[in-house]
Design a binder for this molecule. Sequence first.
Ligand code: NAD
Length: 479
Amino acid sequence: MAENLKLYIGGEWTEGTGETFHELVSPATGEHIANVPLASAADIERAVAAARVAQDEFRHWSAFERAALMHRIADAVSESVAEIARIQTLEQGKPYHAESIDDIAEANQYFINAAEDVKRLEGRVIPTTDRNKRMFTFNRPIGVWAAITPWNFPVTIPLEYVGPGLATGNAVIVKPPEFTSWGLLKLAEAFDAAGVPKGLVSIIPGGAEIGEQLVAHDGIDAIGFTGSSETGRRIISQMGIKRSIMEMSGNGPTVVTADANVEKAAELAVYGAHYNAGQVCCATERVIVVDEVHDEFVELALRAAKQVKLGDPFDEATNLGPLCNEPTAAKMDRHLADAADRGASIVAGGHRAEGFPTDLYYEFTIIDQVPEAAAVSTEETFGPVLPILSVASDTDAVALANRTHLGLQAAVFTSSLQRAFWYADRVRSGTVVINDSTDFWETFQPFGGAAGTDTGWGRGSIEEFTDPQTLVIDIGNVR
Ligand code: NAD
């Protein structure tokens, strides 16, 4: 029986005023599992009005009071990890045991980090030319945030905005995609349990139309966006003067140098390409291997790929579940056909798998001899594929790694410290990971991009959620 979900607006559970529902079909089972009410313009108005009222009071809470609230939320979130992880696997498809449980078990950390950070968020005392002036800065909350979030980590990515947003005294309205909003709505029960003042958080699922209305709304002061670069560019052009954190696409290169531990590189490249079915902004999207170790790398990657078990995402042995949606699977089809047309050789997988409840189960795929111009090399594929490109030298590897407009996170495998620093100095990427996967991630890690993706180091700094306010005091002529 499909579950009838409710929106979370102004601290109330409501069917909303929209006239349509999204029929949520599981990518894992093909079953109709829930009906998601689609938020309407009137629902946005309610959420914004409630957020403004609640934030006006909340902004006066002390940092320590807000930190205590964050800890209460973290405790409440931890109560329902298994249930939220189950919903996440049903609606998104990621393996329950291998991934979903750990992902949701970490959800509390976004609140704990924010609680710790906000207590150390200090202003500045600024020297002046005038001996009678005293100048300080305070970090004030910005006001009401809209967080527009993607489907690949549908529960935790919104929390990257809700945690630090609330900890710094803001209100946050989250707009997840309608087809992956159930887990987040379930988690919102923790806000009630923790005593979050009504209105500070609202969750209104919907698509591009609702997103655009939030972006343009005068009652929204700041936009937190995680999603594709195309949508991000559109939002930047439409939001006017609003503060923002924009986290966008990646095309993570992994470089394997001649002195690398090739076995480790192959295992971690395969991991970075299949984790969450490759649907990660910092997934291993392409591997650039120096000629001397190319054949060894391919052989070891093929061996490592034998450990990738495609299957029912609720099965304990499964570490590769279905893709989340048809557009992503269709992009895999297109990119693989394009690579084959350009002369690349598909050495493992290459097709949608048969015998599963939906058409979204894709074989783990390795492509060798990928030409530079192939779409799997130049674009973000977002699927379980490991494209291998070979180069003659380290200099060529850097040039190829940098031939992208999506420099989010890169990896380099080398046993030379000198080479590690040499690469880090040259690869244009928000993060360079030496001797681990591009998928390396910590909840407190500064994370942002170079080469045209992302606008900054947003998640690493709680300060991004505040406006600096300068206070000037004249102490001359005291009576
Ligand atoms: P998307 O851009 O299609 O959608 C993201 C969100 O934006 C969704 O909520 C969507 O409904 C909304 N949206 C779409 N059009 C809009 C518009 N015109 N105005 C306002 N909102 C709009 O991205 P996606 O397919 O959901 O997510 C995958 C992408 O996200 C990948 O490119 C991935 O690399 C990126 N991503 C980046 C990070 C990061 O931290 N940099 C993390 C996860 C995912």
